[in-house]
Ligand binder design. Structure first.
Ligand code: ARG
Length: 566
């Protein structure tokens, strides 16, 4: 397929080689700002530094090299050496083919997979609102890889092991209802857990009992193991429906318990290699070289029990052996930053042959509503928040009954409510604190799911009236600035996907879609589509169809859904 950017870059690179005897690669960005042309590059400035020349001279050389090329209407130098290229409509329109291609998932490449570690809730507790962060950010990252043809495994690592089972077992024995644990709801399990902690504040023997119970569990006590399995399945059942509502699909799940028998060989390896040193009462500790500036890492306690860290380490080994991944990305709370640094550093000390390991971090959740302090906020159950969002969406639909067209208000409310919540998260830079803001999320105006959904429905409605959503060959003809602006926004889709994927920053895709919707709505508001003359009509229908496809594809990658009517 013809790619004008490649063609321009190639020509410039050859000419520069001849002129300045330099090998370089020129990259053009699509320019959205007015007056910057259609394509722009800042290459002259970097190259000038490298060559010890004036940026203006290098920019001039670039200009000369492409001035006469087919498709180029004008070239300008701006600022300190930006080169802005103005393209002919036909050539600008040529990129539409590659955008259409990008709307279909690429076949999976035959290469080693990327593992995305996400979700991983702790068993026996309902999900809190903050759990949506790892879940939705993780799934969006997985979808970005999968859609663009990379093998990827979305892998959950739930906490289905550890001292909480000791506590729960003690609480169940003391205060359990007269029914088997398998018939408990998640809330009832939480009650036990909460009661344990409340009573343990005054009754110090409780913690000892719990520790003892966990030790027995670790030693293979069959009754306790059966209890643990029941609790795990109660949790799994409850979480499944929540994941379905969020369009989250876990490819693989291994709980902490899975690594129970995989830790000893690694501890032995660590001792053998002199990396694990024995501490008080048989504890095993990793100390890192001073310049790594990391505190010691405990991998076995004095009482012989293992830790979260030990199991995480065993999981890396297991993943390396079973999948040979190209990378492992941990979509995990910033609170676990130190743990993950120590974990990765331990692998390095062990001399393992490692793939890329990254803590794909996200910040804390903050609440726009002052009454919802972080403390209160994190106690909010995710399911309750989703229900409330859907309820709010239902109200909005009711209030706009005149204008919102839908044949299934309930389905639309679910789509809008869940979407608003997820969009609210995925439109923010994950590396910062993430603000939870009801009003912003369900607004129809701003950067929100309903706005995206509404824009999609609007495009689909035009296409329905046209009787076809097929993209047909058409002459480009005379385009208005709004046609061109929309077109350029559409053309940015493939590189936005690649960028959001490679940086693992889904908000770049979300915000791109917002810009696309704005461009589309502004085009829709002033440019006649169905009433335009023949060639232009088809071209504008093509723009509309492509906008709709890009929105739908992008939305689904972000785990959102869009309605045909609204
Ligand atoms: N279960 C952990 C928690 O809720 C999250 C798991 C993160 N993944 C990992 N490999 N440590 O805090």
């Amino acid at each position: 397929m013809y790619d004008i950017r490649k063609k321009l870059s190639g020509t410039i690179e050859e000419d520069l080689k001849e002129k300045f005897d330099v090998s370089t690669s020129i990259h053009f960005d699509i320019a959205l700002e007015e007056g910057r042309g259609d394509l722009t590059t800042s290459a002259a400035m970097q190259l000038a530094r490298q060559l010890g020349k004036k940026p203006a001279d290098v920019a001039k050389a670039i200009t000369l090299s492409i001035k006469k090329m087919e498709g180029v209407e004008n070239v300008e130098i701006a600022g300190n050496g930006y080169v802005n290229v103005f393209l002919d409509n036909i050539f600008l329109g040529q990129g539409m083919d590659s955008v259409l291609e990008e709307c279909f998932p690429k076949p999976t490449r035959d290469e080693s997979p990327v593992i995305v570690d996400y979700f991983g809730p702790n068993v026996a507790k309902p999900l809190g609102i903050h759990h949506i962060l790892s879940t939705s950010i993780g799934q969006a990252i997985i979808n970005l890889y999968r859609h663009t043809g990379y093998p990827v495994i979305g892998w959950s690592y739930p906490g289905d092991y550890g001292t909480q089972f000791g506590k729960l077992a003690v609480a169940f024995a003391k205060w359990g209802r007269k029914k088997p644990v398998s018939e408990y709801s998640l809330d009832e399990l939480l009650e036990l857990y909460v009661r344990f902690h409340a009573d343990a504040e005054t009754d110090l023997s409780l913690e000892d009992e719990a520790r003892l119970a966990f030790k027995k569990l670790e030693a293979g006590d069959s009754q306790l193991e059966a209890f643990r399995l029941d609790v795990v399945s109660v949790t799994a059942k409850a979480l499944k429906s929540l994941c379905d509502r969020l369009h989250v699909h876990i490819d693989k799940e291994t709980g902490e318990s899975f690594y129970d028998d995989k830790m000893v060989p690694i501890l032995e390896e660590g001792v053998r290699k002199g990396i694990l040193k024995e501490g008080e009462g048989g504890a095993l500790i990793v100390s890192f070289p001073d310049e790594w500036k990391l505190p010691p890492y405990l991998l076995r306690k004095g009482d012989g029990t293992t830790l979260y860290a030990t199991r995480d380490l065993a999981m890396i080994r297991y993943r390396l052996d079973s999948c040979k991944p190209r990378a492992i990305y941990y979509v995990v709370d910033i609170a676990q930053s130190l743990h993950l640094k120590q974990l990765f550093a331990t692998c390095k000390l062990l001399g393992w042959d490692l793939p890329e390991l990254e803590h794909t971090v996200f910040g804390h959740m903050r609440f726009a509503d002052a009454a919802m302090s972080t403390r209160k906020g994190t106690a909010l159950k995710l399911e309750a928040v989703i229900d409330r969002a859907v309820e709010k969406a239902r109200k909005v639909i009711d209030e706009h009954r005149e204008t919102i067209k839908t044949d299934d208000a309930e389905k639309l409310a679910e789509m809008m409510g869940v979407g608003a919540l997820v969009y609210g998260i995925l439109s923010q830079n994950r590396k910062m604190d993430i603000v939870f803001d009801w009003d912003k999320m369900l607004s129809f105006e701003g950067n929100s799911a309903p706005y995206l959904q509404y824009s999609y429905a609007r495009a689909r409605s035009v296409l329905r009236k046209a009787g076809s959503d097929e993209i047909k060959n058409s002459k480009t003809g005379d385009l208005t600035p709004k046609d061109r602006y929309l077109l350029k926004n559409i053309l940015l889709f493939p590189e936005t996907l690649a960028d959001a994927r490679d940086s693992r920053m889904p908000h770049r895709l979300t915000n791109y879609l917002y810009g696309l919707c704005q461009a589309f709505n502004s085009f829709y508001n002033t440019e006649p589509i169905l009433q335009a003359e023949k060639d232009l009509r088809q071209f504008r229908l093509n723009l509309t169809a492509l906008t709709a496809r890009v929105i739908k594809t992008g939305a689904e990658i972000l785990t959102l859904r869009v309605p045909e009517r609204m």
